[in-house]
Ligand binder design. Structure first.
Ligand code: PHE
Ligand code: ZN
Length: 895
């Protein structure tokens, strides 16, 4: 393991490489214990850089031989670098050959070349290629690759790499070979190979431009029946990128391969995407609606990287959001377009914003806060964050909204015209969008807009409205500020698009006319806040309006507005913007929950929710026009994490207790309505994963959970019985898991037999067993009963910490997704967490460092949690041989 050299890399230290690598020929003799790699490169000096030695990166490699122009040469090993000083002078290309070996079966980090099951896989982003051979392992060095794979034919019948298969055949001793040639230049992080016993679902397609392509989804032989949805998603993604952005597939063959051992979701290697099985395999019997939606979105995401990432890549890793923020924006738009109806699009938008606010806002307020384009890192793997991905996507979305849909398409066109085949920066992207739209507010405020890339922290926007009945004007004053973040005490104003509408007291949309305008222009518009404080006056306003601000969540900010309860109820009942309609309900719930948390009064069994709120929720639930998916979102209370984020000092048990009390009250007082909702929305019949039917299942599932929860106190046995029946006879995994979750969530006696039966039914399906672990680790805590069962599950024969999916399903579900159970006053949750971080760090630092983030927000905890958390973090930090990954996270947490 790499350790002890935790030096930070600085963005401003960037220097162009001293050498270019024009082409690479790699020859692999694959063997799990000892794989031989011959790397033959053509290099030349970069004439723009002063002559200097060649320094190649390498990690955990055994070096056998180095030849320059076919002859032996002198070299040095300095740390993790191979240094060559006596290279030909001048700018002529020369040939360098390096022979190394590595041990894939000892590679537990799953970075570089590793073995999963009996199959070889690679993972090279960000810096895994150097674990395969010595190289200029940086994204701005783009080379042509030719790859020769050799292996035992019986054990590794399938040999894959990037690009086109140019030759294959048999060799002596039962071995065989395949030669692959990638027609496109690429950085080393996009290299991939796969070798093993795999089978493929194949599909021939013809693009709009009339070109033929072969699509393949490669899986283990038993999994072929679970690949239809992934293939459909791939075909949909290809068609979408052609229609929406005019971007076509640039390869004859495009492959997806699934592996059950993967640190992340999936990887966009050129023409050979490697996926976590979780984002490939699905049948209605084994995967939920959420799984189907995730597969569509991740398959789309990786495919879209083919242009935004592979054709145009990052100059250095500080520019990571150049490809990730943009590609997340693209996959979000793809999913919205696939969802279809305006209301289904809004549901997707709400889900995305929920992720941003429950995961990214806390990150931006915590010790790991960093700009979308960071300035420094110790371990780049720690910067694959919700800030780079989700906030980065919001920053692209703001650009899209500021220049309009067509303007953005033109900007993308210009971006590819300028930068295709190059490694560029976030600045280059914004510049292209702005240059294609010179009259847009983006171009007008470009310098200030770029602060979204350089300044960390979530801006706060305060809105203050003033109605003047005599003058018939409504004056809106917007002020912005942004809290200090590590290394950035003071912030400059951001450019914040605020989409808004005004509602009359009866809820209808008012026409909008700003002072100085001749006539009203529509019912919605976007104000561009670019100073610390700006005032806008609307004229011809006949009544005191209710402002609907930040529609569609038009900027990633915290909006503060002193709404009255009555105004929020008006927005909840009438806002034409579905996002803000949902948001109004969340604000009401938040307000009630925060008051109860602050009050210290006992909440169990008490009626905390006022009748008006319960009635409003009933109106939404029973609404004849609203979609089921939207209702499910409105009827779901803000999460414990989101509630905690609103507090200066957090008593996690109080937050848990209050939220549970509110849930119980909603279950009790809407009992008849939940029963109605279940009867109306639960369905049998053919399964389809589309937005409308999955929305119905989501609402029916919530209803069942609420009915079982209420049965807990009422003593009702009817609904738990019905739920158990549903669990047994469900025709799909969504309904089955919802029923199981309802029983487990209510802590009903039927939960145990149901869990046993579920395990029995699905014991051979790893992804379903992951759900089984996750459900138990994530269930509602009652008197500290979750941790003992998590500890017992750690000893279950199916548990294996080395498999990232399994570790996530049990350990992460408990430590990072179940605050009520994790934040125990006896600190046992934190002790368990520290033990698991250390255990993971011994073999997989990337996964360990993610778990290490679970206590990021420790400094805001009330006592005794605060001291206990600090102690647990300090215990990890005190370990001498920590990885750089975990060291960076705990050092920042304690700073
Ligand atoms: N680049 C991948 C994606 O976003 C994520 C990833 C990063 C996967 C690093 C593996 C390792 O699609
Ligand atoms: Zn990505």
């Amino acid at each position: 393991m790499k350790q002890g050299q935790a030096t930070a890399t600085q963005r401003l230290d960037y220097q162009a490489p001293a050498f270019w690598i024009d082409s690479v020929e790699l020859t692999f003799d694959l063997d799990p214990a000892k794989t031989r790699v011959l790397n033959k490169m053509r290099l030349r000096r970069n004439p723009d850089v002063a002559p200097q030695p060649l320094r190649l990166d390498g990690e955990e490699l055994n070096l056998a031989r180095v030849l320059v122009g076919g002859a032996g040469t002198s070299f040095k090993i300095e740390g993790d670098q191979l240094v060559l000083e006596n290279l030909p002078e001048g700018n002529e290309p020369f040939e360098l050959e390096i022979f190394t070996t590595c041990a894939p079966n000892k590679n537990t980090q799953l970075s570089g070349l590793y073995v999963s099951g009996d199959t070889f896989f690679t993972q090279c982003e960000a810096q895994g290629f150097r674990r395969i051979t010595y190289f200029l392992d940086r994204p701005d060095v783009m080379a042509s690759y030719q790859v020769l794979l050799r292996a035992d034919k019986a054990q590794y019948p399938v040999l894959l790499s990037n690009g086109n298969l140019v030759e294959s055949g048999d060799l002596p001793d039962g071995r065989h070979f395949a030669r692959w040639q990638d027609p496109h230049k690429k950085p080393s992080y996009l290299f991939a190979l796969v070798a093993g016993k795999l089978v493929a679902r194949e599909q021939q397609i013809t693009s709009r431009a009339g070109h033929k392509h072969l699509l393949q989804v490669w899986v283990r032989p038993g999994d072929l029946g679970k690949t239809e949805h992934a293939m459909n998603s791939l075909m949909a993604a290809i068609a979408w990128d052609e229609t929406r952005f005019g971007l076509s597939l640039d390869l004859e063959r495009f492959m997806i391969v699934a592996t059950s051992d993967f640190n992340m979701g999936a990887m966009e290697n050129k023409g050979l995407n490697i996926f976590n099985t979780k984002y490939v395999l699905a049948t209605e019997a084994t995967a939920t609606d959420a799984d189907f939606a995730n597969i569509e979105s991740v398959v789309g995401h990786e495919y879209f990287h083919n242009w935004t990432g592979d054709r145009v890549t990052c100059r250095d890793w500080f520019q990571l959001s150049l490809k990730e923020g943009l590609t997340v924006f693209r996959d979000q738009e793809f999913s919205q377009d696939m969802a279809g109806s305006p209301s289904a699009r809004a549901v997707k938008r709400i889900e995305d914003v929920r992720v941003l606010r429950t995961a990214q806002f806390p990150e931006d307020a915590g010790p790991m806060a960093h700009p979308v384009r960071p300035d420094s890192y110790v371990e780049i793997n720690n910067f694959y964050t919700v800030t780079i991905y989700e906030k980065g996507a919001e920053v692209v979305r703001m650009q899209h909204n500021l220049v309009g849909r067509d303007g953005f398409a033109n900007g993308m066109k210009l971006y590819f015209e300028r930068h295709d085949g190059h490694a560029v920066t976030c600045d280059d992207f914004v510049q292209a969008i702005a240059d294609a739209n010179p009259a847009s507010p983006l171009a007008q405020h470009l310098g200030a807009f770029k602060r979204w890339y350089s300044q960390a922290g979530t801006p706060r926007v305060h809105a203050q409205g003033q109605y003047d009945a005599a003058a018939q004007t409504y004056t809106l004053t917007l002020t912005q500020s942004c809290p200090a973040t590590p290394g950035q005490p003071d912030k400059q104003p951001f450019v914040i698009p605020v989409a808004l509408g005004l509602l009359g007291q009866d809820g209808r949309a008012l026409a909008l006319q700003l002072e100085g305008e001749d006539a009203a222009a529509g019912h919605e518009r976007t104000l561009v806040l670019h100073e610390a404080r700006q005032t806008y006056t609307f004229t011809h306003v006949a009544e005191a309006p209710v402002p609907s601000l930040l529609r569609g969540f038009s900027a990633p900010v915290i909006l503060e507005c002193d709404y009255s309860d009555a105004e929020l109820l008006t927005l909840l009942a009438h806002d034409g913007d579905a996002f803000n309609r949902w948001e109004a309900g969340q604000r009401l719930a938040l307000r009630i929950a925060l008051a109860a948390i602050a009050s210290d009064a006992p909440v169990a069994q008490a009626a905390v929710l006022p009748p008006a709120f319960v009635a409003a929720m009933r109106d939404v639930l029973r609404h004849p026009q609203l979609d089921a998916a939207f209702k499910e979102l409105v009827l779901t209370l803000p999460s414990e994490t989101y509630l905690a984020e609103q507090l200066q000092t957090v008593d996690p048990q109080r937050v848990h207790e209050v939220r549970e009390a509110l849930r119980a009250q909603l279950a009790r007082e809407l009992h008849a309505d939940w029963a109605w909702a279940w009867e109306q929305h639960h369905a049998s019949g053919a399964y389809r994963p589309d937005a409308a039917s999955s929305g119905r299942r989501a609402l029916a599932g919530l209803a069942l959970a609420m009915l079982c929860l209420d049965a807990r106190t009422s003593g009702d046995t009817l609904w738990p019985g019905k739920t158990y029946q549903r669990f047994k006879t469900a025709a799909n995994m969504t309904d089955r898991l919802a029923a199981l979750g309802a029983l487990v969530g209510a802590g009903h006696a039927l939960a145990q037999p149901a869990l046993e039966r579920f395990h029995q039914l699905f014991k051979d399906d790893a992804l379903v067993i992951d759900k089984w672990f996750a459900l138990q680790a994530g269930r509602v805590d009652r008197g500290g009963d979750v941790l003992p069962s998590v500890k017992a599950l750690m000893k279950h024969p199916d548990f294996n910490l080395k498999n990232p999916n399994r570790a996530r399903s049990l350990v992460f579900s408990y430590c990072s997704a179940n605050p009520g159970a994790f934040h125990r006053s006896d600190a046992a949750g934190y002790v368990f967490w520290a033990d698991q971080v250390l255990a993971l760090d011994a073999f997989n630092p990337q996964v360990a460092a993610r778990l290490a983030r679970a206590l990021d927000r420790w400094s805001r905890l009330a006592e005794p949690w605060r001291s206990a958390a600090r102690e647990a973090i300090a215990r990890i930090a005190a370990k001498a041989d920590l990885s750089n990954d975990v060291r960076e996270v705990v050092t920042r947490a304690l700073a």
